[in-house]
Design a protein around this ligand. Structure first.
Ligand code: GZL
Length: 326
C-alpha cells in the first residue's frame, strides 16, 4: 500500500494528510451531477456531543457549500447508531450523488452500505472508521486515534510512570473507533510503568457525563486518584467541575491528559488545569469534499487520508491559542 504525506492539497484550514493505498473511482464519469452541475451529498453526522464535533460539522458544511458546487443534505443522529443507519437509507432513497458518514460506532454497517453500493452511490467515511469490509466505502479521511492514545500514554509514562500512580479513565462513546483505538494506544504506551488503572467508564464524549462519571470516581477513590486520562477535552472539562467541587486542584492534585485540542481544551491547559493535550484535527471538510468530487469524476482516490496531529504542554497551548482555527 502506498504511503506518503500529501502536503500539497489546497485546503482551507489546511491539515497535512498522510495517504495510504488507492481505490477505484466511481463509474459516474459525469461528476455525479443531475446535469445541473450540482453534486448532491447526504452527510450522516454523529450528533453534536462535543466542541470537536461542532468544529467538524462547521468544516464539513463550509466545504460542502453551494458556492463549492454542492447541495448538502445534513443529518445529525444524536449519537444513536439506528438513527444514523436510517439517515443513510433515506439518502439512498433520495438518490443522492454521494454519501458521507462519520460513523457513531464501528459495527452494524454492512447491510446499509451494501444497499448504497447496489444503488451505485459511493460512500466516503470521515472522522471515525467501521469494522465492515473496506470494499463498502471509497475512502476514509480522519485522524490516527491509536497514535493519539500512544502520544497521551507516552506523556503519562514519562511524567508519572516511575512512581506509583493511580489513574481513572473517561472513555468516549462505547463502540466508537476513537474510544477503542485511543484506549489501545494509551494502554500500550504505559506498559512497564507504575501507572495503575483504578477505573474506566464512558462519559460519551460529553461534558455533562464527564462531570457525572468523575463525581463517581471521586466518591469511590477520593484523594487516591493521581491521574485522569480523558479521551476528549469535553469530558475532561466536565471533570474539572467535579474535581474542584471535591476541593482538589486539577493539574496538581490530579494531573489530566486529554485528546482533541479544542480551544476550550487548550485554554484549560494554558490555565494549568490540563497537563497535556493531544490534537485530533476536526477540519476535515476540504479534504472530504475534494475526495467526493474525485470519486464522482471517476478518479483514483487514496483509500486512507490521515490528518497529522500535534500535542501541547501548557506553555505550548498558551503560544498556540491566538492562532487556532477551532
Ligand atoms: C475524534 C472524534 C471524537 C472526538 C470527540 O475524531 O470522533 O468524537 O474526540 C467527538 O470530541 O465527540
Amino acid at each position: 500500500m502506498k504511503k506518503g504525506i500529501i502536503a500539497g492539497i489546497a485546503l482551507l484550514g489546511a491539515v497535512a494528510m498522510a495517504a495510504t493505498g488507492c481505490s477505484g473511482g466511481s463509474s459516474a464519469a459525469s461528476g455525479g451531477s443531475k446535469g445541473d452541475g450540482v453534486v448532491t451529498v447526504g452527510f450522516a453526522q454523529t450528533g453534536s456531543e462535543s466542541g470537536w464535533r461542532s468544529a467538524n460539522t462547521e468544516s464539513m458544511k463550509d466545504a460542502f457549500s453551494a458556492k463549492n458546487g454542492f447541495k448538502l443534505i445534513f443529518n445529525a443522529a444524536d449519537n444513536k447508531p439506528e438513527n444514523q443507519i436510517a439517515a443513510v437509507r433515506n439518502f439512498i432513497n433520495q438518490g443522492v450523488d454521494a454519501i458521507v458518514i462519520a460513523p457513531v460506532v464501528t459495527t452494524g454497517w454492512d447491510d446499509v452500505l451494501k444497499e448504497a453500493k447496489d444503488a451505485n452511490i459511493p460512500v466516503i467515511l470521515e472522522d471515525r472508521t467501521i469494522d465492515g469490509s473496506s470494499d463498502l466505502y471509497k475512502a476514509w479521511i480522519g485522524d490516527d486515534f491509536k497514535k493519539e492514545g500512544e502520544t497521551a500514554g507516552t506523556w503519562a509514562k514519562q511524567t508519572l510512570g516511575d512512581k506509583a500512580t493511580n489513574m481513572v479513565v473517561l472513555e468516549g462513546t462505547t463502540g466508537s473507533a476513537p474510544a477503542i483505538d485511543r484506549a489501545t494506544g494509551f494502554d500500550d504506551a504505559i506498559k512497564g510503568s507504575q501507572i495503575k488503572k483504578l477505573d474506566s467508564q464512558t462519559g460519551n464524549f460529553t461534558r455533562a457525563d464527564g462531570k457525572t462519571v468523575m463525581e463517581g470516581f471521586l466518591q469511590k477513590y477520593g484523594k487516591s486518584i493521581n491521574l485522569l486520562f480523558a479521551q476528549n477535552d469535553d469530558m475532561g472539562l466536565g471533570a474539572l467541575d467535579a474535581i474542584k467541587a471535591a476541593g482538589l486542584t486539577p493539574g496538581k492534585d490530579i494531573q489530566i491528559v486529554t485528546i482533541d485540542a479544542t480551544h476550550d481544551g487548550l485554554q484549560a491547559a494554558a490555565n494549568g488545569e490540563f497537563n497535556y493535550v493531544v490534537e485530533c484535527n476536526p477540519l476535515l471538510g476540504p479534504t472530504v469534499a475534494k475526495t467526493v468530487k474525485d470519486v464522482l469524476a471517476g478518479k483514483d482516490v487514496e483509500k486512507k487520508q490521515t490528518a497529522v496531529d500535534q500535542s501541547f504542554t501548557p506553555e505550548q497551548a498558551k503560544t498556540a491559542l491566538p492562532d487556532r482555527k477551532y
